[in-house]
Design a protein around this ligand. Structure first.
Ligand code: 13P
Length: 219
């Protein structure tokens, strides 16, 4: 049975009490037996609290950050370094199209982020927009997120995602490829049943606890 990653990207949503409310829904379920790696990626402000909640409720979820500084610790006002993030998280999203577009992040910056993350024991989930996206040579997890599928309700086809996934596995040392873009509990299985797709990266639908639980179950 292959391992399936279900990753929630909460983006810039949820205050502390809203995150707590979301977790209340999950505390009665034991999800560890499902052979699924469930990763919650909240804002930096919630990392510490979520680490405690996951422990207290014994959920077995992992934590990912949504961003990381391209610099190591030091005089970089406003940045959060990989070493700081590693206190709470095991994963980090790098290269999301929202960061490339809104914050002008280019390959050079993204490669630095990936390198520092690895140095500090954080696993990068490197986002690609298609086969033309460059990735560092030592990336193990890629998330394929075609830009026009994000937040539009128009996911890519599973067949197209499967082709992109095969490309990255063939041409790089990539072990796992996730699909992201308008994933719901209704369409998740179409993607996860493809041989080269190892999970999903969920934005909007992950904000509703019940819907996210349905995605986990249906994946
Ligand atoms: P949606 O699931 O809202 O389309 O967002 C996808 C995404 O950007 C996850 O990183």
């Amino acid at each position: 049975m292959k391992k399936t990653f279900i990753v929630a990207n909460w983006k810039s949503n949820f205050t502390s009490s809203e995150a707590d409310f979301w977790f209340q829904r999950f505390k009665n379920y034991d999800l560890r037996i499902m052979n699924k790696e469930i990763i919650i990626c909240p804002s930096f402000t919630l990392l510490s609290e979520i680490e405690s909640v996951i422990k207290n409720y014994e959920l077995g979820f992992k934590i990912g950050a949504q961003n990381v500084s391209p610099f190591d610790e030091g005089a970089y006002t406003g940045e959060v370094s990989a070493r700081q993030i590693k206190e709470f998280a095991d994963y980090v999203l790098i290269g999301h199209s929202e960061r490339r577009t809104n914050f002008n992040e280019n390959d050079e910056i993204l490669f630095k982020k990936a390198e520092l993350s690895k140095q500090h024991g954080l696993a990068p989930i490197f986002c690609v927009q298609g086969i033309e996206t460059k990735i560092p040579s030592d990336i193990a997890i890629v998330a394929y997120e075609p830009i026009n599928a994000i937040g539009t309700g128009r996911p890519d086809t599973a067949e197209s995602a499967q082709e992109v996934a095969a490309f990255f596995k063939k041409n790089y040392k990539v072990q796992y490829v996730l699909y992201g873009g308008s994933v719901t509990s209704e369409n998740v299985k179409k993607f996860t049943q493809m041989s080269n797709i190892d999970g999903v990266l969920v934005g909007g639908a992950s904000l509703d606890a019940q819907e996210f639980y349905a995605i986990i179950k249906n994946a």
